[in-house]
Ligand binder design. Structure first.
Ligand SMILES: Cc1cc2nc3c(=O)[nH]c(=O)nc-3n(C[C@H](O)[C@H](O)[C@H](O)COP(=O)(O)OP(=O)(O)OC[C@H]3O[C@@H](n4cnc5c(N)ncnc54)[C@H](O)[C@@H]3O)c2cc1C
Ligand code: FES
Length: 512
C-alpha cells in the first residue's frame, strides 16, 4: 500500500472506499442492448433515481433505469447516511427567505422522506440497519449559543419538536445544542440495492454501464445512450448534476467536497447523529454499518478543486484523535454535493420547453432525505400527479438571496478562471513531475496536466476543463483533476468522474 492511502495510522488499512461499499457486494446489472420503449426512463442510479424508479414500479409503470457506472456508487455510496430534517441551522434562514408556509413544506418533505424510507424498509423487509435516533446540531462556541436558541425557536414555530439542550451523549462538552428526536440512520447501499431488486421484481429493468449522452424532448422523449435509445413518455434526470443544463444550473449549483474517516472507539456515544454549527464543520454518526463501536467523523469541506485534499484527511484524523480514544481508523473517503443559493434543492420540470423531463439536484449535503423527497416528487410528476412539495422545490423560483449569492459565486468563478489561466501560462514547459506528483505545464502554448503514477508511468491530459474552459487542479488524495469553477472532476486518463462536464479531457495528440 502506498503512503497515500495510509496517512496516520500504521496498524489498520485505510482504503479510500466507503464503509457502505466495503460491506456490500458489487452489482452486475447488464447494459442496455438496443432501443426500447418504456413509460418512464430514469437516468442515474443513486438515491433519487432508485427512489423514483421504485415508486413508479409500485404504481405499475413500465420503467427502465440507466446508470453510467454501477448503481449506488456515486455520492449516495459515499454519504454519511443520516436521515434527518435537521440540516444544521436552516429553519431560521428558511423562514426569513421563504416565509413559514414554504419553510414548513421543507421540514415536512424531509420528515416524510424518513417515513418513506421506513415504510419501504418494512414493505420489502430490508435489513439495512435502519433505526431511530435523535439528531443534534451543537456549538462549542459561547458566541453561537444564541444562534442555537434562534434555531430552536424557528423550528418550534414550524411545529418541529426541537429542544434546546446543554448536554449531549458526546464525550466532550458542548455550549448548546438543538435536539430533534425520531430521526434515523441506515445503511444506504443495503437499502437501495434492495430497492433496485424490487424494481426488477416488478418486471422492470436496471441497466448499468449505460451512459446517457443526451435527453431529447418532443413527441415521445428520448434518452440517448451509448448502448441504445430509450423512448419514454417521461424522463427523470437523477444524475446528481443534471445531464441537461437547460436552466443553466451550473451558475446556481455550488460544488462542495468533504471528507469522512471512521474510527473504532469505545467512546462512541450510544445514540445520536451530530453536526457542528460553526467552522470547521464536523459531522458525527454512531452505529455505522450496525456496529456499536464504529463512528463516522466527517468534515473539512471546501469548494471542489480548491483544497489541499490530503491535508484535509490529516486534520480530520487529528481531530478524531483529540476527541476520542481511537483504536483504529478502518475507512476513509470523500465525495461532493451541490448546494443552491437559498439552500433548497431544485426538483421539478427541467425547462419550459421540455415537457415530461424532470430533474432533482442541489441537496446541499442532505440528499438522503431531500433525494428521497425528490424521487417521490419526480415520480408523481411523471405520473401526472401533483405533489405537496412542488412549490418549495420549484427550480424556477427566485428567492431573496439567489441573485446576490449567484453574483458572489460567479465572481469567484471568474477569479478562478483568470487565476488558473495566468498560472498555467507562466507554468514550465520543460519540467515533468517525479513519481506520485503532478504538474500543470505548457506545451505548444497550451496547458496540460501531467501526473506520474507510483510505477513511473506519465499520464498527460489537457488541463482545460471541457465544461467552460477553467484550468483544472490536481486532487492528490483522490488522484483526479478537479475543476475549481463548477466542480467537474476527471480521472488521470481524463475521463469524466463528476459533471457538469460531459466530455473527457482530451489527451495530447487527440484531435480535440
Ligand atoms: C461527505 C458527504 C456526506 C453526506 N452525508 C449525508 C447525510 O448524512 N445525510 C444526508 O441526507 N445527505 C448526505 N449527503 C448528501 C447525499 O449523500 C447526496 O445529496 C445524495 O447522495 C445525492 O444523491 P443523487 O441521487 O443525487 O446522486 P448520486 O448518488 O451521485 O447518483 C447519481 C447517479 O447518476 C449516475 N450518472 C451520472 N451521469 C450519468 C449519465 N450521463 N448517464 C447515466 N448515469 C449517470 C452516476 O453514476 C450516479 O450513480 C452527504 C454528502 C457528502 C458529500
Ligand atoms: S466545471 Fe465549469 S469550467 Fe470546469
Amino acid at each position: 500500500m502506498s503512503d497515500d492511502t495510509n496517512v496516520t495510522n500504521g496498524t489498520e488499512q485505510h482504503p479510500t472506499e466507503s464503509v457502505w461499499m466495503s460491506t456490500t457486494d458489487r452489482t452486475s446489472y447488464p447494459p442496455l442492448d438496443g432501443d426500447r420503449e418504456v413509460d418512464v426512463a430514469v437516468v442515474g442510479g443513486g438515491i433519487t433515481g432508485l427512489t423514483a424508479a421504485t415508486k413508479l414500479s409500485e404504481e405499475g409503470k413500465d420503467v427502465a433505469v440507466v446508470e453510467s457506472g454501477r448503481i449506488v456508487e456515486g455520492v449516495t455510496g459515499k454519504t454519511t447516511a443520516k436521515l434527518t430534517l435537521q440540516h444544521g441551522l436552516i429553519y431560521d434562514h428558511l423562514r426569513s427567505e421563504f416565509g413559514d408556509t414554504l419553510a414548513r413544506q421543507y421540514a415536512d418533505a424531509n420528515q416524510d422522506a424518513i417515513e418513506t424510507v421506513r415504510d419501504r424498509v418494512e414493505r420489502y423487509d430490508i435489513d439495512c440497519d435502519f433505526d431511530r435516533t435523535p439528531a443534534y446540531t451543537y456549538t462549542e462556541s459561547a458566541e453561537k449559543r444564541s444562534d442555537i436558541a434562534d434555531e430552536v425557536e424557528a423550528a418550534r414555530a414550524l411545529d418541529i419538536p426541537a429542544e434546546f439542550v446543554e448536554e449531549t451523549p458526546l464525550p466532550f462538552d458542548v455550549e448548546a445544542a438543538i435536539r430533534v428526536d425520531d430521526q434515523a440512520r441506515f445503511h444506504p447501499r443495503k437499502y437501495l440495492l434492495a430497492l433496485a431488486e424490487a424494481v426488477e421484481d416488478a418486471g422492470n429493468d436496471v441497466f448499468e454501464r449505460t451512459k446517457a449522452t443526451d435527453v431529447e424532448s418532443g413527441d415521445g422523449n428520448r434518452v440517448v445512450t451509448e448502448r441504445g435509445t430509450l423512448t419514454a413518455d417521461a424522463v427523470v434526470v437523477a444524475t446528481h448534476f443534471p445531464l441537461l443544463d437547460h436552466r443553466l444550473f451550473f451558475s446556481r449549483l455550488y460544488p462542495h467536497r468533504s471528507y469522512v474517516v471512521t474510527i473504532r472507539t469505545d467512546d462512541a456515544p450510544s445514540e445520536g447523529m451530530y453536526y457542528r454549527a460553526e467552522e470547521p464543520g464536523r459531522s458525527l454518526r454512531t452505529k455505522v454499518a450496525g456496529e456499536d463501536d464504529l463512528l463516522i467523523v466527517g468534515g473539512e469541506g471546501h469548494k471542489t478543486g480548491q483544497g489541499d485534499e490530503k491535508e484535509r484527511y490529516r486534520r480530520l484524523e487529528r481531530y478524531a484523535g483529540e476527541q476520542f480514544e481511537v483504536e483504529s481508523m478502518p475507512y476513509r473517503w470523500s465525495t461532493q454535493d451541490f448546494s443552491t443559493p437559498d439552500k433548497v434543492p431544485f426538483v421539478g420540470r427541467l425547462g419550459p420547453t421540455t415537457d415530461g423531463i424532470y430533474v432533482g439536484t442541489g441537496y446541499g449535503g442532505w440528499g438522503m432525505t431531500n433525494g428521497t423527497a425528490a424521487g417521490e416528487l419526480l415520480a408523481d410528476l411523471a405520473l401526472g400527479r401533483s405533489n405537496p412539495y412542488e412549490s418549495v422545490f420549484d427550480p424556477t423560483r427566485l428567492s431573496k438571496s439567489s441573485a446576490g449569492k449567484a453574483l458572489k459565486e460567479n465572481t469567484e468563478v471568474a477569479k478562478e478562471f483568470v487565476g488558473g489561466w495566468a498560472k498555467s501560462l507562466f507554468g514550465s514547459d520543460t519540467v515533468t513531475p517525479p513519481a506520485g506528483e503532478s504538474r500543470i505545464v505548457r506545451h505548444d502554448g497550451k496547458p496540460y496536466g501531467l501526473y506520474r503514477d507510483e510505477d513511473g508511468e506519465l499520464h498527460a491530459v489537457s488541463a482545460v476543463c471541457t465544461h467552460m474552459d477553467c484550468i483544472v487542479d490536481w486532487n492528490d488524495a483522490e488522484k483526479s483533476w478537479d475543476c475549481p469553477c463548477h466542480g467537474s472532476r476527471f480521472g488521470v486518463d481524463g475521463s469524466v468522474i463528476d459533471g457538469p462536464a460531459v466530455e473527457d479531457l482530451p489527451r495530447p495528440g487527440s484531435d480535440d
